[in-house]
Write a protein that binds this ligand. Structure first.
Ligand code: SF4
Ligand code: SF4
Length: 503
């Protein structure tokens, strides 16, 4: 019996441009001369280097260890020599540098020792979680949340449904579709492994209804234990909360997590990475990346992590004429980067080249309501904009600013060309900054009050009269003092007597 699907509010059917890159097999990107591996390719605490400059490393070797529970190790993507540990440009909207380990490839691409886990189904779920963590797997759909943490949430809670998300709803991006078509057996086996790790009652793999080749590849492999579901292609159907709503009809509460409604969700590429980690002991050192848009040969590449973006672009025939912009991710949620030397990381799913057109001037809001119609989380973007624009960030927060998933639809339809998402990102950063400051001020105030209370206690202690002490010790002390005074008096009298005799 096929599952009854539900719907989510808003959303829009967008032109997909998937045909540009989806038609041919993913090509292996050449090994670069050097690989730049950021210590933070995931949400959480950056990894801590365990190698030194000059060390020789093998492919798959841990070069930086996880630095806490919400952290992941970094592995060498190839064999070679560590030539630097320092700050390099990384994929971040700030454009700032961040700590990285640089490997000079020796060209041998020689694997170090890796340990497979046999018979995963008989392995304790917590042990699988450890394997997934040690292999450095984060969400490969773009968010970068450490996979073992999500799995841990599942281990600690009753999981009704595990959803493996292959709904690649953003235009141009086809890396998940290509992965499914080329490695469907990894995706299906990885789904079973995660299902076992979280002890899910149901496992679902979800794709869009305009992915027939992916459907065919998966349909041949799923058994009765995995449900293959196609959802209507409508942006942003692949958003975590939207997909949960479509598949289960459940709504993840504001500020809540999928596990709060009994759901764990992972991306198809994460499932494939889990399969490789468990059956072969392979850490995550490469990924599929879509190169599309204004390039000569749009396609998907299998890229070693740490490979410079510019190498991938050159492979696809891109020459910079100064009139293009590089976007990491898709056109709706991606981020513009200016430095093509930045490396491919675990979260890089697409490099999109677009013509750089000057943005049309923003006009006043005409209260047409189009933005609210398309918002998939039922927000009032015009109200959010009103408060964000006037600097009233707390008021924006009361309009559920933090439920905004930054899908970009409101700005996409706005006839006044107001860059709404930029306002929302700015407002979020200001609220976060204020909360940080307030937490800091609260901490200082607490310390100040504690110090004052200590000083006050000390003053009160000193001012308090000593209680009459009838103890044996005090009596002895008194008699000791009285005896000493008597001796001194006696000595003084003898001295005076001697002096008188001398006179
Ligand atoms: S779509 Fe633009 S103009 Fe229309 S209400 Fe929203 S912000 Fe205002
Ligand atoms: S960017 Fe935020 S406010 Fe705008 S449509 Fe998407 S979720 Fe709604």
């Amino acid at each position: 019996m096929s599952r009854q699907l539900h719907t989510f509010p808003g959303g829009l059917k967008l032109a997909t441009f998937k045909h540009l890159s989806d038609s041919e097999m993913a090509q292996q990107q050449a090994l670069p001369e050097r690989l730049i591996l950021p210590l933070q390719q995931h949400i959480g605490i950056p990894a801590e280097p365990v190698v030194r400059i000059g060390d020789q490393v093998l492919k798959g070797q841990v070069i930086a260890r996880a630095n806490g529970y919400v952290s992941l190790p970094v592995h060498a993507s190839t064999s070679g020599r560590i030539i630097d540990i320092g700050d390099y440009p990384v994929p971040h909207p700030s454009g700032l540098n961040a700590p990285c380990i640089v490997i000079e490839a020796d060209g041998l691409d020689q694997w170090g020792e890796i340990t497979p886990t046999h018979e995963y189904a008989s392995v304790d779920p917590q042990e699988l979680q450890t394997v997934i963590c040690e292999c450095g797997i984060s969400g490969l759909g773009g968010a970068g949340f450490p996979a073992h943490v999500k799995i841990r949430e599942g281990v600690d809670n009753a999981v009704d449904t595990l959803i493996i998300n292959g709904v690649e709803c953003e235009p141009y991006i086809t890396c998940d579709a290509r992965l499914i078509q080329e490695k469907a057996q990894y995706v299906v086996a990885g789904t079973r492994m995660i299902g076992h790790a979280v002890q899910a009652r149901h496992c679902v793999i979800a794709i869009e209804d305009d992915m027939p080749a992916s459907y065919q590849a998966l349909a041949e492999l799923v058994g009765e234990d995995i449900e293959l579901v196609t959802v209507p292609a409508r942006y942003p159907a692949g958003g975590e909360k939207q997909l949960i709503q479509v598949i289960t009809g459940k709504t993840v509460p504001s500020g809540g997590l999928p596990i709060h409604v009994g759901i764990v969700m992972h991306n198809v590429a994460t499932a494939a990475a889990v399969y490789r980690a468990v059956t072969r002991g392979e850490p995550i050192i490469s990924r599929y990346v879509t190169i599309s848009g204004n390039v000569e040969r749009p396609r998907n590449l299998q890229v070693l992590l740490g490979t410079p973006v510019k190498d991938c672009l050159a492979n696809c025939g891109f020459t910079d004429d100064g009139r293009s912009k590089i976007i990491l991710g898709g056109p709706m949620m991606g981020m513009r980067v200016r430095n093509p030397d930045i490396p491919i990381t675990k979260t890089t799913n697409c490099i999109l080249i677009q013509r750089h057109e000057p943005a049309p001037p923003a006009l006043p809001c005409i209260r047409c309501g189009r933005c609210a119609e398309v918002c998939p989380v039922r927000l009032q973007p015009q109200q959010l904009y009103w408060h964000a624009e006037s600097g009233n960030f707390r008021a924006a927060q009361s309009y559920h600013l933090f439920d905004c998933i930054e899908c970009g639809l409101c700005a996409y339809v706005c006839p006044s060309h107001i860059p709404l998402v930029q306002y929302f990102r700015y407002a979020k950063s200001k609220v976060a900054e204020t909360e940080r400051r307030e937490r800091g001020a609260e901490y200082s105030l607490t310390r100040f009050l504690e110090k004052n209370a200590r000083a006050e206690r000390l003053r009160a202690d000193r001012a308090r009269p000593l209680p009459p002490d009838t103890s044996q010790a005090l009596a002895e002390k008194r008699s000791y003092i009285e005896a000493a005074v008597a001796r001194s008096k006696q000595k003084k009298e003898l001295l005076q007597k001697d002096q008188a005799d001398d006179d």
